[in-house]
Design a protein around this ligand. Structure first.
Ligand code: NAD
Length: 693
């Protein structure tokens, strides 16, 4: 469809009422009231003048109080005699709808209004490929992903959903311009990884003009193209050359006053006579799934965590119903409508939501998807990553519990499903992939119970709560010991400097410690203290440096290496005190995992890290309580290996370490921010009474 003159028509609205009156994008920030209206009118007229040689400009009168009406590209998407009017994301722009929709009607376009309440900002977020029957549609800031299938159906075209991730490029037409010969000019940094991969798969390398950030920020992609002429607000020499190589003539027209509001040439025009290249059929890869969330969704902040996870993964979410539990301790249930740009992303989102208590409703659940490991130690791309929580998978209609639960593994189907580390996969192993057929039992704990150990779950405690924390940890340890439970200590060398060794030794002697995990340093520093009375060359009694003390830790290592092992040093009477001595004497197993920092190492330090991890796993098996003292490395390593249900206390002076443990999914860990020596002293006194200091 063209005008009677045979020229294609472009809709423009004069900037009589234009101005920057509010802030709805980063460009407007600091620019409120700063657009020079007379200059804007002059710039707009110049653009109109230049374009009118090639197209027919259709003018719609502006309205006072609707300043952004000049950006007609956002009025709707018009092609093939059909108009899908926009539904603006921001309230500030919604009055424009009542002006543009009647205009489309008056021009004889068949209206295809959007269903539901989803936003869509017209040609600003929807650009036709100029040679293939494709419609590139943006989402992420203004347009909802949910609107894309409607565009596919309305224009009988395949929609390619592209996610915008940089708020400065909030509409697709600010960073993406299909060219008349099937090429594309685009700024990669405005899109997520999946979208860039999609663009590259659709448009051959030789046809892509990638612009840099500086060019993108000058709005070069926001160009109007009529036949072989390109109108834009600025163009570097290199870019002009690249465009002219594709047979395009560039006309630069200044639009500074509109760029202040985040728009340029293309934003000021709406094509009314676009033809969609023939041969396509309606198609959109956008996928939906109804999901159910159960848990303490509101009071624990779980719901906002769920919403954030969906958004961060490139999906969108609508909350359809929420049913609160009858009592405070009852979980709530919410029904969610999750939308993703394709099935793969949807599956990934579902698998990420599983640990947050979100799953496909049981009635709609399918068997888990199993794919073969493509090579030894390599999982299929869509593998489901495990958490610390008890998990079941659906196999042939039956829900089967997964064995050997731990986080950061994959689920392999042998006789029974079990967690495997990626490196242990054999080629052809069947690995659970995607999010279907997986149930994760997350804890439904609520805060505030006075007699329940819930006061610090995943939270960092302040100094004044340390005494209370010691009390609680001691209580748990006493109960564990009474029922023959297993208490594993993980520790860094700081315990030695801070005077934590004597209380730890008392706990060993009194039978409170079943195994000890650490690195080379805890043993080195402990032996140095036992033999020389120093820790890193500093006298433990006085806190003063010992003469030539810096070599003490090396001498300590040398002594043990000469004896052959820590055990031999104890048996030979060379090592007569300290933590390692106490452990060996009481035959308490320990494991020392090597690291790149290690001096020596001591003979018992396992420098093969895969073997060290296996040894840690062996000693952690069946643990009821884990106490991690002042070691980021070993505490996080152990956190990853530990299933839910094990009480995990991380004692560290740095709040970041304990929150990091919680962030990594060890949601049941309790962080206690305090000096480890002080804590151990209080703990040993509580459990073993006053003793030698
Ligand atoms: P790390 O960074 O894992 O942990 C040190 C932790 O101690 C930090 O989180 C810190 O916040 C905390 N901390 C410091 N002072 C504290 C205090 N007073 N109270 C409570 N927490 C306190 O480092 P790491 O465990 O010390 O060592 C990492 C690796 O390097 C280990 O494997 C270790 O064996 C090795 N290492 C070897 C040698 C050696 O061989 N000579 C020396 C040092 C470390």
């Amino acid at each position: 469809m063209t005008s009677p003159s045979g020229k294609p028509r472009l809709l423009m609205v004069p900037p009589d009422h234009y101005g920057i009156d509010y802030v709805i994008n980063p460009w407007m920030e600091g620019n409120v009231g700063r657009a020079d209206q007379l200059l804007a009118i002059e710039q707009w007229r110049t653009l109109r003048q230049k374009l009118s040689n090639l197209v027919e400009i259709v003018i719609l009168d502006p309205s006072p109080g609707i300043p952004d009406m000049v950006f007609t590209a956002n009025a709707g998407l018009v092609a093939k005699g059909i108009a899908v009017p926009s539904r603006f994301y921001y309230r500030e722009r919604s009055p424009e709808e009542a002006r543009f929709t009647p205009f489309f009607e008056s021009q004889g376009f068949a209206l295809h209004p959007l269903p539901g309440g989803f936003s869509f900002e017209g040609a600003g977020d929807a650009l036709f490929d100029l040679t293939r029957p494709l419609l590139f549609a943006g989402y992420g800031f203004r347009t909802a992903l949910e609107s894309h299938p409607h565009l596919a159906a309305s224009f009988d075209v395949e929609v390619v959903s592209l996610r915008l991730v940089d708020p400065r490029f909030y509409h697709l037409d600010t960073c993406f311009a299909p060219l008349p010969d099937g090429g594309l000019l685009w700024y990669r940094g405005a899109f997520d990884h999946r979208s860039n991969e999609l663009i590259e798969s659709l448009i051959p390398l030789g046809d892509r003009i990638e612009i840099n950030e500086e060019e993108a920020l000058q709005f070069v992609a926001n160009m109007v193209i009529v036949r072989d002429r390109v109108f834009l607000s600025s163009c570097s020499g290199g870019l002009c050359e690249r465009l002219s190589k594709r047979g395009l003539t560039v006309e630069v027209t200044e639009l500074t006053e509109f760029i202040k509001a985040g728009g340029s040439a293309r934003c000021l025009t709406l094509p009314l006579d676009q033809e969609v290249p023939v041969g396509g059929k309606a198609n959109s890869t956008v996928a939906h799934r109804k999901l159910e969330a159960t848990g303490h969704l509101l009071d624990t902040g779980a719901l906002s965590h769920i919403i954030d996870s969906v958004k961060a993964s490139g999906g969108s979410l609508a909350l359809t119903t929420i049913t609160p539990g009858d009592r405070k301790s009852d979980p709530s249930t919410a029904l969610l409508d999750v939308t993703a740009p394709d099935n793969i992303t949807l599956d990934t989102i579902i698998s990420l939501l599983a640990p947050l208590g979100v799953s496909v409703p049981l009635t709609e659940e399918k068997d888990a998807t199993l794919l073969s490991a493509p090579a030894m130690g390599v999982a299929p791309d869509l593998f489901y990553a495990t958490t610390i929580y008890p998990t079941r998978v659906r196999l042939a209609g039956e829900w089967v519990a997964v064995k050997r639960q731990r986080m950061d593994g994959v689920i392999v189907i042998d006789d029974v499903p079990r967690v495997s580390l990626m490196r242990d996969l054999r080629k052809g192993d069947l690995v659970v992939c995607g999010g279907a057929g997986i149930r994760v039992e997350t804890p439904h704990f609520v805060g505030g119970g006075s007699d329940e150990f819930s006061f610090m779950r995943s939270e960092v405690s302040s100094e004044r709560r340390v005494a209370g924390a010691v009390e609680q940890v001691a209580w748990e340890m006493r109960r564990a010991k009474e029922r023959g439970g297993k208490i594993v200590v993980v520790t860094g060398p700081v315990v030695v400097h801070t005077g934590g060794v004597p209380p730890l030794c008392r706990l060993v002697r009194e039978g409170y410690i079943s195994a000890l995990l650490g690195g080379n340093a805890i043993a080195v520093h402990d032996v140095e203290m036992a033999i020389y009375g120093t820790s890193l060359g500093v006298k433990m009694k006085t806190g003063k440096p010992a003469p030539h003390g810096h070599r003490n830790h090396l001498s300590a290592i040398n002594t043990i290496r000469r004896e052959g092992s820590l055990t031999a040093a104890v048996e030979g009477g060379v090592l007569r005190s300290g933590l390692m001595h106490e452990l060996i004497r009481k035959q308490i197993p320990f494991s020392l995992a090597g690291s790149i920092r290690d001096d020596g190492p001591l003979p018992e330090t396992e420098m093969d890290l895969v073997a060290a991890q296996a040894d840690y796993t062996r000693l952690l098996k069946g643990a009821d309580i884990i106490l991690a003292f002042a070691t980021m490395l070993h505490a996080i390593g152990v956190g990853n290996m530990t299933p839910a249900g094990v009480k995990f206390f991380a004692i560290d002076i740095n709040p970041a370490v304990v929150t990091k443990l919680a962030d990594r999914g060890s949601l049941e860990s309790v962080g206690i921010v305090t000096d480890t020596g002080l804590f151990l002293d209080l703990l040993a006194t509580r459990l073993c009474g006053e003793g030698e200091k």
